[in-house]
Design a protein around this ligand. Structure first.
Ligand code: UTP
Length: 463
């Protein structure tokens, strides 16, 4: 076994880890030593000693939003986006390395059954879209899925078990993000998850950048002729994985550098806990809800709309050249989050489940790339069409609210196709309705489907 520098551990306030190592032997000691060798002690020390995320100093301004009310601009963007797709220049990127602790699902979040009738998993819902667009544009769309060391094997096993949802397996690539140790929030000492293991957490969705580069995937995509990535999170079944309008605007040289384009949804209320787009020091940025002064949050414009209403729905188009440049830079900053992290208690010899937040997790966020872009764009999307994330088991952003939104969108598309939709007293469709993404990714696709004349109470319609 290689030796570990006890002075470095002491300087970083982590000597307890070497004492732990001394108490282990055989395989356990070897295993623990491998964990210790992964630690970047000076980085950990720097992060622990740094101030909390600096409060916002310069007053932010709202960003300009592209609203797409002009039909001609829209039509031009669509044809530019379609051309990109037909030339095979776009790949999808799904970040699926999170722990999904709020949902409490036993397995990677992408395996969660989210379809209201079909019970299709989140991954299946995205795969259906990719399959449809592959057929439509006659070009395979590479799909890159970021996992973490904690869920990589189970994610890959799920895809194999589901036979990659009918996609060509050679077009689906998994790459694994890095991890950071969780530390005790009082002492800064690295926590253990077991007698012989450090409590590592995934290093945040910002880990995408480094993982894309170190896995070699960025270079492979470039070799395949991919120029842009359509980035989305694993938790939003309404996402448009490949949206020609959005992609077309992203590459419209007169308004965008093609580096980053982001989608925003209007916040429902000032108190909605979502990051918003803002401009600071002339740079586009995402302002976290917790960092915003309540007065700024509540400020309205002349029409009574929230000034900072452009909520970040975590959908971005990234130019590959931009990502390549970023991966060669200093990296994204770490943020701290105070969370409940189960830990091995050496005094009792058991794994404790804390009832209150006990730990600091260090994570990087992909949206910290935005200020580094030249001429980024923010495009406003319709929440009811594109955003219904599953974050929680109950309450807001839950399975229930997401399935209601999926049903409502399906009913709207069917109604646009001439189907009479009977609604209940709350305005929700009376029937159970689901349009699978493999059947339609836009209302026009329904022209190819056999549709009923009317859907009323007690009926179920799955297409
Ligand atoms: P969330 O912020 O919702 O975090 O991630 P989470 O870990 O999934 O869920 P909670 O907070 O524990 O309940 C937003 C998106 O970023 C991905 C998630 O998989 C999700 O798609 N993500 C998050 C990563 O890929 N890696 C990370 O380290 C964190």
């Amino acid at each position: 076994m290689g030796s570990l520098d006890s002075k470095a551990f002491a300087a970083a306030g982590q000597s307890h880890l070497l004492r732990r190592l001394d108490q282990l032997s055989g395989d356990q000691a070897a295993r623990f030593q491998r964990d210790l060798e992964q630690l970047d002690l000076s980085c950990l020390q720097r992060l622990w000693c740094a101030d909390d995320d600096a409060a916002i100093q310069v007053a932010p301004k709202p960003p300009a939003l592209v609203e797409l009310t002009d039909h001609a601009v829209r039509a031009e963007a669509v044809s530019r986006g379609q051309a990109l797709l037909a030339q095979g220049k776009v790949a999808c990127l799904t970040v699926a390395g999170g722990q999904g602790s709020r949902l409490g699902w036993d397995g990677p979040k992408g395996t969660f059954p989210s379809g209201p009738i079909s019970g299709d998993s989140l991954f299946a819902q995205f795969a259906g879209q990719i399959q449809r667009e592959t057929t439509r544009y006659g070009q395979p769309v590479p799909w890159c899925i970021m996992t973490s060391p904690l869920n990589h094997e189970s994610t890959v096993a799920f895809f194999e078990q589901q036979r990659h949802f009918g996609l060509d397996p050679s077009t689906v690539s998994f790459f694994t993000q890095g991890v950071m140790p969780s530390v005790d929030r009082e002492s800064g000492e690295v926590l253990l998850s077991a007698p012989d293991a450090i409590a590592f957490n995934p290093d945040g969705h910002g880990g995408t950048l480094r993982a894309l580069a170190t896995s070699g995937l960025l270079a492979r995509l470039r070799e395949q002729g991919v120029e842009h990535l359509s980035y989305f999170q694993v938790d939003n079944p309404l996402v448009r994985a490949l949206d020609p309008v959005f992609l077309g605007l992203h590459v419209e040289g007169s308004v965008s550098s093609g580096e980053v384009t982001s989608k925003a949804v209007a916040k429902r209320a000032a108190e909605e806990k979502v990051g918003v787009f803002g401009v600071q020091d002339g740079r586009l940025t995402v302002l976290e809800y917790s960092d915003l002064d309540p007065q700024v949050c509540e400020a309205t414009d002349g029409e009574g709309r929230l000034m900072f209403r452009a909520g970040n729905m975590a959908v971005h188009a990234f130019g590959l050249a931009f990502l390549d440049r970023l991966t060669k830079g200093t990296g994204l900053p770490f943020h701290r989050a105070i969370k409940k992290v189960p830990f091995f208690d050496e005094s009792t010899g058991t794994v404790e489940q804390p009832s209150a937040p006990n730990a600091v997790k260090y994570e990087t966020f992909i949206f910290d790339a935005l200020p580094m872009a030249t001429r980024p764009l923010v495009v406003e999307a319709d929440r009811s069409e594109e955003f219904a994330p599953i974050k929680n088991a109950e309450g807001s952003d839950s399975v229930h609210t997401s399935q209601m939104a999926q049903t409502a969108r399906a009913a709207k598309w069917l109604s646009q196709s001439g189907v009479e939709i009977v609604t209940g007293s709350s305005g929700q469709p009376a029937a159970q309705i689901e349009i699978r993404s493999s059947s339609a990714t836009c209302p026009e696709d329904l022209a190819l489907c056999e549709l009923p004349a009317k859907l009323g109470a007690g009926e179920r319609f799955l297409v």
